[in-house]
Design a protein around this ligand. Structure first.
Ligand code: AMP
Length: 285
């Protein structure tokens, strides 16, 4: 078992990762905001299988929160996270504080156009600019061979892919399948906000998405499936629906009768939690 090294300064991170590279070892990076669950650990396992060394970053990035209250309430438990990372033999936990990540006078932004206009980009202004700048920094700080992102945050994955391609950042981006609870609920740090009663109804979101995706894939009436889904969510006690849509998997444009890979996407409030999820539409189904 390797000992987990917790690193808080960029100088130390560079010294450690440069040392690995000098020995010809490959490096995988798993960026997270902590409050780790099995979804995060699945990314880690993929990285461990494909690289000699794995760095997991935990940084609750203030730039990607559009509400101060959301940032403050975000769950944090570094000691428990470190134990989970030890259990899967991670080499380094990169846990800089906000001043290390954004020193005084920080003035640069990274703006990915087009695909950030819809879905979470439309409902959370500035969110993807915050994601883009922090992911760029995390990639340049650790210079990994491969970096791992969840398909659960599908739009984020596409934004990162586009940015890496456009800016010639030399890293392979890997998208990893969504890990779900036994009842279908996608694992998420935000599930911590759910009350017991809300947790009971939360898997409805996955069922609604599956229903919409089936409809879209079998020439069904997508609009009807979506309005049926909205009523189901309302009846079960969900709150505001930010979006419930079928979009092309590559361009993220709205589609009614997909002929290319598409996905059904949702962002819905349940109590204090804003749950997001997406499932594939198989046009051949
Ligand atoms: P977060 O800590 O929520 O920012 O997530 C860090 C990474 O883990 C992101 O790439 C997420 O897409 C990924 N992730 C979050 N939840 C899951 C899940 N249930 N299954 C797989 N990956 C996930």
């Amino acid at each position: 078992m390797t000992e987990l090294k917790i690193i808080r300064t960029l100088d130390e991170l560079r010294a450690v990762t440069n040392g690995w590279r000098r020995q010809g070892e490959t490096v995988g990076l798993v960026p997270t905001m902590g409050a780790l669950h099995d979804g995060h650990l699945s990314l880690v396992r993929n990285s461990k299988a494909q690289n000699d060394r794995t760095v997991v970053s935990i940084f609750v990035n203030p730039k990607q929160f559009n509400q101060q209250s959301d940032l403050e309430a975000y769950p944090r438990d570094e000691a428990a996270d470190a134990d989970k990372l030890r259990s899967v033999d991670v080499d380094v936990l990169w846990a800089p504080d906000a001043d290390e990540m954004y020193p005084g006078g920080f003035a640069t932004s990274v703006d990915v156009g087009g695909i950030t206009d819809c879905l979470c980009g439309a409902t959370r202004p500035g969110h993807f600019a915050g994601v883009a700048v922090v992911v760029t920094k995390l990639l340049l700080q650790s210079l990994p061979d491969r970096a791992y992102f969840g398909i659960k945050d599908f739009q984020q994955l596409q934004v990162v892919r586009r940015m890496v391609r456009d800016l010639d950042i030399p890293v392979a981006i890997r998208g990893i399948d969504t890990v779900r609870e036994r009842d279908g609920l996608a694992m998420s740090s935000r599930n911590w906000y759910l009350t017991e009663a809300e947790r009971e109804v939360a898997p409805t979101l996955f069922r609604v998405l599956t229903d919409i995706a089936e409809s879209a894939g079998t020439d069904g009436d997508v609009e009807r499936a979506i309005s049926r889904g909205r009523s189901t969510l309302e009846r079960k006690g969900f709150g505001q629906v930010d979006y419930l849509e079928v979009r092309d998997a590559e361009t993220l444009e709205l589609v009614r009768r997909p002929t290319r890979p598409a996905r059904a996407f949702a962002a819905v409030f349940l109590g204090k939690a804003r749950l997001i999820d997406n499932v594939p539409v198989d046009p051949a189904a």
